[in-house]
Design a protein around this ligand. Sequence first.
Ligand code: 13P
Length: 243
Amino acid sequence: MRQIIAGNWKMFGQLSGVTAYAEAIRTAPPHVDVIICPPFTLLDRFATALHGSPVALGAQDCHATTQGAHTGDISAPQIAETGAKYVILGHSERRADHGETNADVHAKTLAALAAGLIPIVCVGETEAQRDAGEAEHVVRTQLTHSLPENFAGVVAYEPVWAIGTGRTPTESDVTAMHAAIRAALVAQLGSAGKTTAILYGGSVKPNNAASLLSLPEVGGALVGGASLKPEDLLAIAAAAPQD
Ligand code: 13P
């Protein structure tokens, strides 16, 4: 399967930087699917700047309902209207900053699917949970309660302690977790779970991308900090193995 390299800009970036970034990222290698997930305010400008390019757009969250009195929230149909095709859901920063539960993520995932968006659902353990030997159990529980039966999307494994820290799990820890996620997806979703892409996220950089992306069941990367520089995201994309 083609690998997916998704850039999560988090709360960085301004309108003034969009055109130059989009021009640079248009040169992404054709053997991977590249997705840029900027803040909501940049989606429309990005959609224009990326018009005609294979680079796709995604948002970083959506509300669980289509419209209503929810000050400050954005719905999945509103995201789809910008031209975005993906939405990141259940990122650990949303779970921590906004108290999002697996039930919230489940409801948002249903809303995204109903709006025709492809959800990128994030799971991952904290350092304390890993130290306690609970990492796989935590991630399996997140999957069980976050993914609806009709899930058709992408899963991103992001160990919380690896995000923005420059630390990554060992290759054998990534391999073991991705195998556990694959088994859980097949048990939960049947044959659809066999092909669900499982991204790795957490301190992916140009210098570690080739080894992380070559591990079994790693279907790509969800990249935070390094995605802000187009040359770094391009280098990570170039490091992804061919089909
Ligand atoms: P970093 O790549 O900055 O560690 O962030 C990972 C992440 O949270 C992507 O969603």
